[in-house]
Design a protein around this ligand. Structure first.
Ligand code: CTP
Length: 420
């Protein structure tokens, strides 16, 4: 995906050894077409040089609060609001503590306090520092304030210990940046100054369950049956539902995507595992089946790798997998108020989608053309047809994130209409 030209990132680089990974993140951001400006703390400059960051961003690095106020070209308010998103990487224990408590003693913390845009933090620190109740408390406060987090990951630390605290890899941070940018990036000012915040958005307080990605059905210990689904549309829907205030559970088959921000992701491989996890997540208000569930699995999984036999062709017997969407649509107990399916069709889109709406007892089918020429499978864009029992509506080509946002808004309205 290439960023639209107006997408601007303000990178706040904290003082930690993981700052070297931020250089790589900067390179990826520039390759995607983002405009990147960086601010470094004093400590950060012990780990990477200003010159390296300036070369990679192609922009002057800011590090001094007072020099900035003297600089007539850009004040700190302007600098913090000029960006679409602020990314703190590495987010050290010190920066997180300052952010959680509203301290503004240096340029980085001042910008983080003065902004009206979303902040994504990629924590990196020693595991004991991360697990310390003070840091956990600060991370909790920041999450409640709407700061998005990516990582930290478990792994070996620069100090030789093993555990949570490693900064996420640059590509995972990049995926998180794209997800956050796909949602509303303005921080709304609280209307209730008592500090009490109700979850906001079209699905505030609702439970949403989404399936995404392909499933993998084993043939033997090394081979499996799968399909070309990337999971991009399903993951975008889970992220959009979380951004709309829903409590989201995403059950995902194997994909090369980072878990969406907000909500909980459960990883599965087979259709039967997916069904088990979906059932375990009930009751929910909305079920959205986006996964390209394999229709068949091998009747028997060979315990050892199957060997070639030149004298005999290999015959596999396939049996049908459970239909997860139909199982949700037809439930008598705990049926979600809205059951939404996708219909991937390469011909007779409307007729086939209509049949799925009825047969699987859904409230909505989102139909898309997956013929080879459409570019939908694995691509960034989608063109969908929305079918409900009341009628059909064709949406124009748009990004999968935009489809997700609109769908979530529509489901919020439909759910309100059900009166549940
Ligand atoms: N689906 C499911 N479980 C299955 C098969 C499909 O939950 N075993 C869901 C998908 O998540 C999607 C919808 O059913 O929401 C339609 O999937 P699709 O692959 O288009 O259709 P199928 O029902 O598999 O029918 P066919 O492949 O014959 O078109």
């Amino acid at each position: 995906m290439t960023a639209s030209p107006e997408q601007r990132i303000l990178l706040v680089i904290g003082g930690g050894i993981a700052a070297y990974k931020t250089l790589d993140l900067t390179r990826h951001l520039r390759e995607r077409g983002f405009f990147v400006r960086a601010v470094m703390t004093e400590a950060a400059q012990h780990f990477v040089t200003k010159l390296a960051v300036e070369s990679l961003t192609g922009n002057r690095v800011f590090d001094d609060l007072f020099a900035l106020t003297e600089d007539s070209s850009m004040g700190h308010i302007e600098l913090s609001r000029d960006a679409d998103l602020l990314v703190v990487a590495p987010a050290t224990a010190d920066i997180l503590a300052k952010m959680a408590h509203g301290l503004a003693g240096d340029l980085a913390s001042t910008l983080l306090l003065a902004t009206d845009k979303k902040i994504l933090a990629a924590p990196a620190m020693n595991l004991r520092m991360w697990l310390h109740p003070a840091t956990q408390r600060n991370a909790d406060i920041l999450q409640k304030d709407g700061v998005a987090f990516v990582g930290p990951e478990d792994g070996e630390m620069a100090c030789g210990e093993y555990g949570p605290g490693r900064m996420s890899e640059p590509l995972a941070i990049l995926a998180a940046i794209e997800q956050v940018l796909a949602t509303d990036t303005r921080i709304p000012l609280p209307t209730d100054l008592s500090g009490h915040q109700e979850p906001r958005g079209a699905l505030a307080g609702r439970r949403v369950l989404v399936t995404s990605g392909p499933t993998q059905e084993p043939i033997d210990p090394v081979r499996y049956i799968a399909n070309r689904s990337s999971g991009k549309q399903g993951h975008a829907i889970a992220a959009a539902a979380a951004a709309a205030g829903a409590d989201v559970v995403l059950v995902s088959g194997p994909v090369a995507l980072a878990d969406p921000l907000g909500g909980r992701t459960i990883h599965v491989k087979t259709a039967r595992e997916m069904l088990r996890q979906v059932e375990a997540a009930l009751p929910v208000d909305i079920f959205i089946g986006v996964a390209a569930v394999a229709d068949w699995r091998a009747a028997e999984t060979a315990p050892e790798k199957i060997k070639k036999d030149p004298k005999q062709p290999l015959c596999l017997t396939l049996v049908e997998n459970p239909d997860i969407l139909a199982a949700m649509g037809r439930r008598s107990k705990d049926r979600p108020a809205l059951v939404v399916g996708f219909a991937a069709e390469s011909e007779q889109l409307i007729e086939n989608a209509q049949a799925k709406l009825m047969v699987k007892n859904c409230d909505m089918i989102v139909a898309n053309d997956v013929s080879k020429t459409s570019g939908v499978l694995g691509g960034e864009n989608n063109k969908v047809l929305i079918l409900t029992k009341k009628g059909k509506e064709s949406w124009p080509w748009m990004t999968k994130q935009e489809v997700a946002r609109r769908l979530v808004a529509r489901l919020g309205t439909m759910l309100a209409e059900t009166g549940r």
